[in-house]
Each structure stands twice: as C-alpha cells, then as structure tokens.
Design a protein around this ligand. Structure first.
Ligand SMILES: *Cc1c(COP(=O)(O)O)cnc(C)c1O
Length: 377
C-alpha cells in the first residue's frame, strides 16, 4: 500500500518560478526583493502594518521575549501541552517558565490561568509576583495548538487586568482568525502584544525553514529586524549598537514563501474539506472553537488505544503521531513550577494526529478512515 505521510509541503504553485528569479538575480542571501515583499504581503494578509521575516518560528519567539523585556530572574507563564520550541526561548533569555494546563481546545486554560494569578501571585511596585518563587511575571505565552485559537477574549482580559503582555505562538495557526466577538476578524498572532509564525516544512505554508515576527507596536517590528541583522547600525563601517543575531530570512526562502502565501487559502479549504470528510466517514476528531475560522492544520483523533492504533496504521504505511510529551515532564523542565495540570495528561495519552496534508485525496481519507474504525480487528 502506498505510504501516506502525516503532513508534507505542497510546492506546485509559483515556488520554482520565484526561486529562479531570486537565483537568476544573484540575490540568494538576506538582501533581495522577496524578503520585503513577503513581509508586506504577510502583513497585509494578517491585517498588521509590518512584519519581520526571520529564520524560524523559534527565532521569532526568541525576539518576542527580548522585545517584551523578559530577562534573568523573570517568570513567563507557558502551557505544558505544546512543542518545546514555544518554551525554550524563555530559557534563552534567562527566565523561568511556570507551566499551565490546557482546556478542551488544547490551548492554555484561562480559568486556571486566572486562579493562578489570583491565588499564587501578588502585586508589588506595579508588577505581579509569584509569591512562592518571589519573581515577577513578565509575559504569558499562548500557543494556538493545531490551528485552533486559544480563548483570547479571556486571556486578553487577564492580560489587561494584570498588565502582563501576551506573546502569541501562532506558529501552527497561520490563517486562523476570529469570526465573532471582540476580536472579530483578528488573525491569531495579532491579538496579543507579540506574535510568532513558523514556515517550517510541516506547517501549513513553508519556506523550508522560516518564520515571521509581528507586534502591536510597529516600532518593535523595526527593532526586531535590527536585532535579526546583527544589530548593525552602519552598513559601511560595521557599527553595531547592541548584541544582535543572525536571524534574518534569506531571499530564496522568502521567494518560496511568497508563492506559498498565494496558496494559503486554497490549502485551508482542502484541509477543511478533509477534516469534514473524516468526520462524515465516522472518525471522531476534536472540534475547533466555533467562534473561529481555523486553518485546520492538524486533526486530532482521541482513542484510549493510542499506541495500538499508531502501530496498526504504521503497519499499513500511514504515518501518525502522538501529541508532544508534556514539557514539564522533560528533563530540563522537570523542576519548574506547575499549576494544577490535569487535562493535559489525558490529551497526551489519547491523541493521535492523523494525515492532514493539503494534497490528501478523498481516497486517502477513505482508506485511513476505514483503518481507524476497525483498528486492526
Ligand atoms: C513549529 C513550532 C514552533 C517552532 O517553529 P520553527 O519554525 O520550527 O522554529 C514553535 N512552537 C510551536 C507550537 C510549533 O508547532
């Protein structure tokens, strides 16, 4: 039987044409027209004034930590059910995570977040301190898991009430937006103070590797571009006014990105159709928030026989994946503070992500659905 991968990039739009243009023009590194073009087109799509194209989603998150002013001795609230790259940047800047549970959206639970802020924290000189740890909370990292949207209405209320900035990890949620309520029309990543997107190979659009940084304050985007180019303040004389990074996206990556962005809405429609086809064929999938137009990036099937199902599908040449090992159980984070983690364990034990590439055919979906339903029996 033919192999069906979990999630692969589809590159049959203008990718090759634009890469050819970049290479023919000799602009393969961080200079060249495609980088600003991708930034402009992405910003227009996301409804923001400016965006900074960088090497990865992880780089965008690192820059967000810095722009947010998080540093040594600070605390950042983060979910435990997420990819590790959402949390590592907290450590890059010398801060400590405090781990939160998820709710049924798989994203950070706003009720528990609120309880933590009320029960475990107190205000001191304009900052909110974790009483036990004696350190100030400088940011909340919100991850929009699998293309769903975290409850940003509640989270932004808390952020405003306690004056804690929000960093949105929208790496999996390019194209997800609210179609209801206070943030009607707002894209994931543009609601909080900072937003990070990823164009890694398995994400809904790709540049091979790459990412995008956005911020509510456009000056922060300008500054992030500066930091991403080694903080060079004078081109000719190599003057640098800060410690910067080599985080800028290259023109070849951006050329692929411009072509991918042209196809994003088409990819979302296909993923949406396949999501509903799986459900119609009797495969139970976790829902996306009804107040949201999700990008349908990953489909989550819940089963009490996770490993059996993954083994069965693997034997039938179908690639699947469990959800990430909870971050607070990884060796480098096992001593960090955790607040009432409960639901995340169940989702970790029971989720299987099933194939969701945007070129999945109806026949593929039918074959996978049959195999899931009989699970080897
Ligand atoms: C993919 C991903 C990242 C990191 O993006 P890269 O571009 O691979 O660095 C961060 N957080 C989450 C939740 C992701 O899924």
């Amino acid at each position: 039987m033919e192999f069906i991968p979990l999630s692969v990039p589809i590159l049959n739009g203008n990718e090759l044409k634009y890469v050819n243009e970049a290479v023919s023009a000799g602009w393969v590194s961080t200079g060249g027209a495609f980088v600003p073009r991708l930034e402009k087109e992405f910003a227009d799509y996301a409804g923001v004034t400016d965006a900074a194209a960088v090497q990865s989603g992880t780089a965008a998150l690192h820059l967000a930590m810095i722009e947010c002013g998080v540093g040594a001795g600070d605390i950042v609230i983060a979910p435990t059910l997420t990819f590790v790259a959402a949390v590592n940047p907290i450590k890059y800047v010398g801060a400590e995570p405090v781990f939160m549970d998820c709710d049924d959206s798989l994203c950070i639970d706003p009720d528990k977040l609120e309880c933590y802020l009320i029960e475990k924290c107190e205000e001191r000189d304009g900052l909110l301190y974790d009483i036990a740890l004696g350190k100030p909370i400088k940011a909340i990292v919100v991850v929009h898991i699998f293309g769903n949207m975290a409850d940003m209405e509640r989270i932004m209320e808390l952020s405003e009430c306690y004056c804690i900035p929000v960093i949105e990890d929208a790496t999996e949620a390019v194209g997800t937006f609210y179609n209801y309520g206070r943030f009607n029309g707002c894209m994931a990543g543009t609601i909080g103070d900072y937003g990070a997107y990823s164009f890694n190979g398995n994400k809904i659009i790709t540049t091979g590797g790459g990412g995008m940084f956005v911020a509510r304050d456009a000056m922060r985007v300008q500054h992030a571009k500066h930091l991403a180019t080694q903080a060079k303040s004078d081109e000719l004389y190599y003057e640098h006014d800060e410690i910067g990074f080599n985080y800028r996206m290259t023109n070849v990556q951006a050329a692929i990105g411009v072509a991918q962005l042209e196809q994003l809405e088409k990819f979302i429609s296909t993923k949406q159709e396949n999501y509903f086809l799986y459900k119609k064929l009797g495969v139970e999938l976790l829902p996306f928030d009804e107040r949201v137009r999700p990008n349908y990036w990953f489909y989550s099937h819940m089963t009490t026989e996770r490993d059996k199902l993954m083994g069965h599908l693997n034997e039938c040449n179908i690639q699947t994946r469990p959800v990430w090992k909870l971050i607070h159980t990884l060796p480098m984070y096992k001593d960090c503070f955790v607040y009432m983690i409960d639901k995340a364990y169940r989702y970790y034990d029971n989720i299987v992500n099933i194939p969701c590439s945007s070129n999945l055919s109806d026949e593929d979906v039918k074959r996978i659905s049959e195999l899931i339903k009989n699970n080897g029996s």
